[in-house]
Design a binder for this molecule. Structure first.
Ligand SMILES: Nc1nc2c(ncn2[C@@H]2O[C@H](COP(=O)(O)OP(=O)(O)O)[C@@H](O)[C@H]2O)c(=O)[nH]1
Ligand SMILES: [Mg+2]
Ligand SMILES: [Zn+2]
Length: 293
């Protein structure tokens, strides 16, 4: 008996009435597939309307607050699957750099068990705090890269993402699509001016889409995430996003210490001694407050 090795398809884009799957290096459009598929899903195609979905390695999802409904419903939205590495993209400026966004992405990615790096983009712009902010995350052991479309550092980025399925995530306007276009050397990804009025990027990449830039390397471009709701996250989920706390937690007097008002708190002492960044601790407090923990 011969076992024919079937090629594996990877979902490129999911639209209302059709799904694009890259199969044998070609983009194929399927209209009659009944399964719920997401970008990054891997499958073996049987015929034009059926396939075998391979087990997902991981799933990146987020809760979307549905403000249009009265009941403040939280909808869990799957962004992509089978991700080897996430690139958290922030801009040095325009939109302004807020480390608390990075902290939220870290919580999201830790929970999804997806490794990540941080890309500080638009280094041609000025930010007097930049080096301090970079140092905070570098000290946590997170790999950092910098880039601007002027000195185009795609060589280093390419080395980090080669042979992987990576996703670029970050606020709208930070330059994700611009970098992805430079790497894939295609021009089909829409980019748009950051709105000068709101200093926020406009919502230009409207759908998540996967680009194969060499036969074994894929990049997923995702629309800017304006807000990440952490309301459905447990205290433990949030704490896990602050990995530098682990080392000091066993110095807390209370076993279930939240590191807020408690006395003899190992985390607060570490902040006082400068062993934990006070910026990160403030960010932790803000997140706890917001999710009502
Ligand atoms: N100054 C500066 N602007 C950039 C850079 N990269 C992208 N931009 C601009 O930022 C805006 C948003 O870029 P885009 O790639 O669409 O961002 P996305 O929403 O994250 O995909 C566009 O006007 C780009 O031209 C950069 O390195 N420096
Ligand atoms: Mg974009
Ligand atoms: Zn504590």
């Amino acid at each position: 008996m011969y076992k024919i090795k079937q090629p594996i398809g990877i979902v490129k884009k999911v639209q209302k009435d059709c799904i694009s799957i890259i199969y044998n290096n070609q983009e194929m459009i399927y209209k009659n597939i009944k399964e719920n598929l997401y970008v990054g899903d891997k499958c073996i195609l049987k015929n034009t309307d059926s396939l075998i979905l391979l087990p997902r390695k991981n799933v990146l999802s987020r809760y979307k607050s549905d403000n249009t409904k009265y009941n403040n419903k939280q909808e869990n939205q799957i962004i992509a699957t089978n991700i080897d590495l996430a690139i958290i993209v922030v801009a040095v400026d325009n939109p302004p750099l807020h480390p608390r966004f990075i902290d939220r992405y870290i919580i999201l990615l830790k929970k999804a068990k997806i490794p990540f790096i941080i890309l500080f983009n638009k280094t041609d712009l000025q930010n007097s705090n930049l080096q301090n902010i970079i140092n905070i995350y570098r000290d946590l052991g997170i790999p950092i890269v910098t880039n601007s479309f002027i000195d185009n550092n795609t060589k280093e980025i390419k080395e980090l993402i080669c042979n992987k399925n990576v996703i670029f995530i970050g606020q709208s306007g930070v330059g994700k699509s611009t970098i992805i276009s430079a790497i894939t050397q295609r021009r089909q990804i829409k980019t748009q001016e950051v709105s000068s009025q709101s200093k926020r990027g406009k919502h230009t990449t409207t759908a998540t889409e996967l680009y194969l830039w060499n036969p074994t390397s894929a990049i997923i471009d995702s629309p800017g995430i304006r807000s990440i709701s952490l309301k459905n996250y447990t205290l433990q989920d949030i704490e896990e996003g602050f990995m530098e706390f682990t080392k000091y937690k066993n110095h807390c007097f209370y076993k279930d210490c939240h590191h807020v008002q408690e006395d003899n708190c190992g985390i607060k002492n570490a902040v006082l001694k400068g062993k934990i960044s006070s910026k990160r601790y403030q960010s932790y407090l803000k997140i706890l407050q917001e999710v009502g923990k």
